[in-house]
Design a binder for this molecule. Structure first.
Ligand code: G6Q
Length: 551
């Protein structure tokens, strides 16, 4: 049940929406010369521009009241204090400890965890340096050139996204690869061009039981043993996990195992030893800068007043469009090619965290929760799905992400990239009216009949909202800030919707059913009785296509 104050804030927002719906965003700009300055917030060089949204001071006041009514500040304090806010798993949520630069303790169950955090990281960084410098080598004495991270979900998406984002920082001669899918094509294609003698595998799995990761790890192990000999396994594997006993069984040497803790959720684990492949690739110093970027945002999130607090503003605008305007999707479009995997990373962060239908107390939610998060880099998207953003029947709020200057790329290209990014935000916001279209076509000398036919197709409704996040360049620290901003955005939304953002029970049923189906799929003599008609039919059809006897 949402409390009376929250209900009142939503009612006020609903009532005010009617008023705002009759005013265009362009009108809001016309009425306020200072709108850009007033509707933007900064964190060092990072600027969050939210002036192109359907908000005015009244809407923002209601949204901030909503945050207070939902006790976002109290829930934020509980998060940072290490309370077991992930109640369904009985866990604290303290990935912020991994990037804590304050010198202050971080308490879990009455114990400061910082000493463990720092010593584990120090060990991992020594290992990373050894691989980079070639003091740690493969079984045949050659230095490593290729690092293959085997992991999935939270043990893959973050490091893979970040390694791509920070590719200019990767040491020449080193390559980072990521194998996730149980589809054997993933590992086969990744290894096709690699020399096993110079390849290091890092098995990244919090639980060390995940089907996909264990299957890929076993295949890699067999291959290494077959090609280089069983004795080479110890030299070519390292692991990141919280389950040290299971890692030992796999045969990975103790000094090549890096732990983390159950208070680090999978999709929040990039900051932990799960970042090992990234740390090897970009080096410990850059990895530390990435952590510092996360800490910058933790400080900002805790200290900035709500009205200038970027993750809070991002969250409130998201709630506003989801619950007050009824928009069911949210696009994240980086005008930064190296952030190509950022939308996929955010899909997990946002949709696995907030894709819930019950409140923390287990009651049905009364408000819609996580929108569909999607996106691809600009300008590519402009030549694909932007048509729908501009003229489709659904309004999809957009986050544009762009650097002020390129990181090791051509300045001329970047100027065009930047202009494209701004042009899209402007076009979404301003649109083009029927009268404007008619005037343009008339000027082009088109006849009245032709204009009548063509004009409707050239109208852009406009008033389609977007935020722009701009940062100086995509450094490790800037990336750390971006990731942490979205983490806290997701947290604030969960606080308003009163849901647990840190469990993921919705992924379990499919795993369980797969456990039941896999033996039937593997053995064509097993009967399909008891399965639903479609599942049984599909198994039968596969058996027929693969020339096996239906059981
Ligand atoms: C993330 C989820 C999930 C998890 C993967 C991999 O929050 O829990 O994506 O990261 O299922 O799990 P392991 O690291 O345990 O292999």
């Amino acid at each position: 049940m949402i409390n009376h104050r929250i209900a009142a804030a939503f009612a006020a927002l609903e009532a005010h929406r009617v008023d705002l719906a009759s005013r265009s965003i362009a009108d809001l700009f016309a009425a306020d010369n200072n709108r850009f300055a007033r509707y933007s917030a900064r964190l060092d060089d990072l600027l969050f521009d939210y002036s192109k949204h359907r908000v005015d001071d009244i809407a923002m006041a209601h949204l901030l009241e909503l945050a207070r009514a939902a006790d976002v500040e109290g829930k934020r304090a509980a998060l940072f204090a290490g309370e077991k806010i992930n109640a369904t798993e009985g866990r604290a949520v303290l990935h912020m400890a991994l990037r804590n630069r304050s010198g202050q303790p971080v308490m879990v169950d009455g114990r400061d965890v910082m000493a463990d955090v720092l010593s584990t990281r120090a060990r991992a960084m020594v290992f990373a340096n050894g691989v980079r410098e070639g003091t740690l080598r493969g079984a045949t004495g050659k230095p490593f050139t290729d690092i293959v991270n085997i992991g999935i979900g939270g043990s893959d998406l973050g490091p893979a996204m970040a390694a791509r984002a920070l590719s200019p920082y990767i040491r020449p001669g080193l390559r980072a690869h990521f194998v996730a899918n149980v589809d054997g094509a993933d590992i086969a294609d990744t290894l096709a061009d690699l020399n096993l003698e110079t390849t290091l595998f890092i098995i990244s799995s919090k639980t060390f039981t995940t089907q996909e990761t264990m299957t890929n790890a076993a295949s890699a192990r067999i291959l290494v043993a077959k090609t280089l000999g069983e004795g080479a396994v110890a030299d070519h594997f390292a692991a990141v996990s919280t389950k040290l006993d299971l890692v030992a069984k796999f045969g990975i040497r103790d000094d090549r195992v890096f732990g983390f803790w159950d208070w680090v959720g999978g999709r929040y684990s990039l900051w932990s030893s799960i970042g090992l492949t990234l740390a090897i690739a970009i080096g410990p110093a850059h990895f530390e800068e990435f952590l510092t970027g996360g800490f910058d945002v933790d400080k900002h999130f805790q200290e900035a007043p709500l009205e200038g607090n970027i993750p809070v503003l991002m969250a409130l605008l998201g709630v506003y469009y989801r619950n007050v305007w009824g928009h069911a999707a949210h696009a994240v479009i980086p005008y930064d090619q190296r952030l190509a995997r950022f939308p996929a990373y955010l899909q997990q962060l946002d949709m696995e965290s907030n894709g819930k239908s019950v409140t923390r107390d287990g009651e049905a939610v009364t408000l819609a929760t996580a929108p569909v998060i999607w996106g691809e880099p600009g300008t590519n998207g402009q030549h694909a799905f932007f048509q729908m953003l501009h003229q489709g029947t659904d309004v999809i709020p957009v986050d544009f992400l762009i650097a002020a200057e390129p990181t090791m790329a051509d300045a001329h290209h970047h100027a065009l990239l930047f202009a494209n990014c701004l042009a899209q935000g402007e076009a979404l916001m301003r649109g083009r009216s029927r009268a404007e279209v008619e005037e343009i076509l008339t000027r082009q000398g088109m006849s009245g009949t032709e204009i009548k036919k063509l004009a409707p197709h050239k109208v852009f409704p406009g008033d389609r909202p977007s935020s722009t996040i701009i940062y100086k360049s995509l450094t490790p620290r800037a990336l750390g800030r971006l990731v942490a901003l979205y983490e806290h955005k997701v947290f604030v939304q969960s606080a308003i919707w009163d849901i647990n953002a840190f469990d993921q029970w919705g992924v379990e049923l499919g795993k369980e059913l797969c456990g039941r189906l896999a033996p039937i799929v593997m053995d064509a003599t097993r009967p399909v009785d008891g399965l639903d008609g479609s599942t049984a039919g599909l198994i039968g059809y596969r058996r027929a296509l693969t020339d096996k006897q239906a059981g």
